[in-house]
Design a protein around this ligand. Structure first.
Ligand code: NAD
Length: 492
């Protein structure tokens, strides 16, 4: 692909050129090289994709589940065969290290594998003789055309929290990738094409706000999954639900970790550094604030600062690199500004990663790991999602004080505790008001067979992505009460 290449949409089994008036450049954040041009597709192209998905729906839902999953088995094998290419594409357009990109594609594949269990997962229930000779059944049926709107930070994985389940359940589908990182989904759709899904069963429309709003307003789209920032999640949830659709909308995060004095400091340092600085802090499950309790303060501050300074930063394509750039220059400047705000609010810079020179990548969007101490618990560093490799430290006297702080936050995506005390761990698990908990784990990412939980302003909706929650989201229940007169009369 050259810098002038215009990306295509995939509608009704074919690659179609968009009629978009505007194309955006897709940029490699490490080199600032232009990788291609992504169309901001107009609403009419969402309509084309939806019409194709509506047309394909009846045939697909009537295809037995055991036959539908054969396409997913094919897709899984194709993803395994193209694993390295998918990972390299993620690193190229998103900046994360190859190891992180491989982890992302692995989780995407795991979701395909779990969705292959759909013949069992979407089974219904039956109760005989709810009254003499009368039976009652509950069956699960697909909801129709569904769509996902994805963020930039996991170009390969996030669509897979939803799409394999939606398709396995008999729905037809539209993917709207992030316009910042559309190349990985182009590759995924090449594989979906090779897996030979019937035309119109799975479609892709590139774009941004206009395409999203067209999805939210389209009368023939029944269910929408969104992942992105809280402001857009709220918009998607309110507009989509007002239009009568099922919506699940995952938003932003501000994840605290708590370090107790009895934690294994060496292990905690490594895990906390991976959480705060892995993926350059651009994970919705990244640690962003560390609350050190009592005597944990000094040893943790020293250990995490050492980890921050020694982290190898560069182009993720180099296997020795431990952290890549942030997504673009705009984001880099935003993060630099937020660090400055924290300092202006009284935080002390322990490690300042701003304005680094990364040899050979001077044009890249780099910030090295940054650690701020004595962060104001009510200030910007403590409350705002920074989405960069910045860890703020707050010192507290007790675990109760730490839990009180985390429960006062606007978000509820993840919180972690580092300790060797089972009692402290249980108290934390019980009292923390977040959807994903880590105990001596820094990125508590649910496996594909668990729901990706999120609370408060990190999630709007009821049913989450992945596993059985996804099956419930992508099916509607139908309850049948039936009596067969002949049998009834024979019996009585
Ligand atoms: P974003 O909200 O800017 O974009 C997400 C999607 O919404 C994109 O497809 C984009 O095209 C679309 N969009 C953007 N602005 C829009 C608007 N005004 N109207 C309609 N659509 C719009 O998010 P991002 O910057 O791509 O991703 C980072 C955010 O995603 C962070 O806040 C992060 O915490 C969050 N995130 C959350 C989770 C989770 O599981 N909760 C997972 C990954 C990322």
């Amino acid at each position: 692909m050259s810098s002038n290449s215009k990306l295509l949409n995939f509608i009704e089994g074919e690659w179609r050129k968009s009629s978009a008036a505007t194309y955006l450049e897709v940029v490699n954040p490490a080199t600032n090289d232009v990788l291609g041009q992504v169309p901001l597709s107009p609403a009419a192209e969402v309509d084309e994709a939806t019409k194709a998905a509506v047309k394909a729906f009846d045939g697909w839902r009537r295809t037995p589940a055991t036959a539908r999953i054969q396409y997913l088995f094919k897709l899984k094998n194709l993803m395994e065969d193209n694993f390295e290419e998918l990972a390299r594409t993620i690193t190229m357009e998103c900046g994360k290290t190859l190891g992180e990109s491989r982890g992302e594609i692995r989780r995407a594949i795991e979701n395909v594998e779990v969705a292959c269990g759909i013949p069992l997962m979407m089974q219904g229930d039956i109760s005989e003789d709810i009254a003499a000779g009368i039976d009652e059944l509950m069956i699960r049926q697909p909801v129709g055309v569904c769509a996902v709107i994805a963020p930039f930070n996991f170009p390969g994985m996030i669509a897979f929290w939803f799409m394999p389940y939606a398709l396995a359940c008999g729905n037809t589908y539209i993917v709207k990738p992030s316009e910042k990182v559309p190349l990985t989904m182009q590759k995924v759709f090449e594989l979906l094409e090779q897996a030979d899904f019937p035309k119109g069963v799975v479609n892709m429309v590139n774009g941004s706000k206009e395409a999203v709003t067209a999805i939210l307003d389209h009368p023939d789209i029944q269910a929408i999954s969104f992942v992105g920032s809280t402001a857009v999640a709220k918009y998607v949830y309110s507009r989509g639900s007002a239009n009568g659709k099922r919506v699940q909308a995952q938003g932003g995060a501000k994840n605290p970790i708590i370090v107790l004095p009895d934690a294994d400091m060496e292990m905690t340092k490594k895990i906390a550094a991976d959480s705060a600085f892995g993926c350059a802090g651009q994970r919705c499950l990244a640690a962003s604030i560390a609350l050190t309790v009592g005597e944990a303060h000094r040893p943790f501050t020293e250990a995490i600062s050492e980890a921050a300074v020694s982290r190898v930063v560069g182009y993720g394509m180099d296997e020795s690199v431990q952290m890549g750039p942030v997504i673009n220059q705009q984001s880099m400047h935003r993060i630099e500004g937020l660090v400055q705000e924290g300092i202006d609010e009284g935080a002390k810079v322990v490690v300042d990663g701003r304005f680094p020179t990364i040899s050979g990548y001077e044009q890249g969007s780099f910030i090295r790991p940054t650690v701020l101490e004595n962060v104001d618990p009510r200030g910007t560093t403590a409350k705002t999602e920074i989405f960069g490799p910045v860890l703020g430290l707050i010192h507290v006297k007790s675990i109760d004080e730490a839990i009180k702080f985390l429960n006062s936050g606007q978000y509820g995506n993840m919180a972690c505790l580092f300790t060797s005390s089972g009692a402290a761990a249980r108290k934390f698990r019980y009292e923390a008001e977040v959807g994903n908990i880590g105990i001596n784990v820094g990125v508590a990412a649910p496996m594909a067979f668990f729901p990706f939980s999120g609370w408060k302003e990190s999630f709007f909706g009821t049913l989450h992505g992945q596993g059985q929650h996804a099956v419930e989201f992508f099916t509607q229940t139908k309850v049948i009460v039936e009596r067969w007169p002949k049998e009834w009369s024979r019996q009585f």
